[in-house]
Design a protein. Sequence first.
Length: 456
Amino acid sequence: MLLRPFLAVWLVLMPVSLAAAPEPPTPESMTALTHVRVIDGTGGTPLEDATVVIAGNHILAIRPGSSAVPAGAHVLDLQGDTVMPGLINAHGHLALLANGQNSATSYAEENVLAELRQYESYGVTAMLSLGLNRDLLYPMRAQQREGKLDGATVFTADRGIGVPDAAPPLPGASDQLYRPTTPAEARTEVDDMAKRHADIVKIWVDSLGGTKPTMSPEIYQAVIQEAHQRHLRVAAHVYYLADAKSLVNADVDVLAHSVRDKPVDQELISAMKRRGVWYIPTFTVDESFYLYAEHPGFMQLDFFKAAVPRVELAMLDSDGYSQKVNQDPKTAQHKADFATDQHNLKTLYDAGVRIGFGTDSGAMPTRIPGFSEHRELEDMVQAGLTPMQAIVCATRSNATLLGIEATRGTLRPGKRADLIVLAANPLDDITNTRSIVTIFHDGRAVTPKVPVVMAK
């Protein structure tokens, strides 16, 4: 009956080191999670009543029963809890907000670290900051790779490439975004990002509802060609089906949002499959424009409230906010976009297109780091995927998308110990991913933002 309180105390007292474990690890440095259900991220049948042994920053063993526990290891008897890989967000943003609003001055080290820690405390153990980054992110990334800094493992698209006086329509510092006017400028900017060792390149191709000029094909073709010469992939912000087709034909690697103006067609499906292009739905983008005005039940949960600044909570709870959203003529279009999102994801998934997982969290106040990733899983299931399929998109598939599948994304001996312990089975109900008992990231025990304390 005292298991959960004991676990909470153990997580506080357990020695934690950000550095890599010595080789070979001693039994005293190992942690054994016993009597757990293991969802390994591959989509295979879960392993029941198993033991997961963590040694340093990696998984040493996953075996049936409890006979695999090394003598002297720390043992956590989790009595039927579920273990799954940490979530990987392949489309988020960092430090773009201050006091519940977008800000041109918010991209600072302390804000970046606070958001990386929030992601991590919600079980998001890795995230790609897909554009609008300042150069200060690179030394932070280096510190993480040296084991000297916590928070979700970060990958970066550097500044990204937008359009003068057009997309993206967000405030930012002068060193936060490129807006080239010629293909030559665009190539030079890609070269600069490559020299800083960006993980991927981001472009914005969107006319913002026909209100602004979109990126010319000459610009984005130059970006894609130069990036590929530099062995970098390119992810594109898109909205329109026509743009998606043009980008895929130009060899883009990732469509980083849903196609929302029309149902996808066989022409796009065939081209994406032939070229191996990834598709990231980001349901929470369109849903975030209107969902909170409907005051869904989850808004009363601590799991939601703990992720949202107080000033924003007060705004979302207000009658004035609901009235503003309900009277906004764009709300009907946002709802239609979300419905098209859902249709297109199911169509593309069933057709065998490569599906990733992302949320655009952190880009705007209502796209909430940590919480949005769990909501996105729910939205993917609502679109027609099974809970297992959604989980695989957010773990193994995203690890492949980011090129880290050799070390992360699935629970396998030798891989990094990035995992979430859940008090309930997400295959029964995908919202059970919110029932976080604890998190391990690179073998470190991480206290959840909202721990589940449930005596059994």
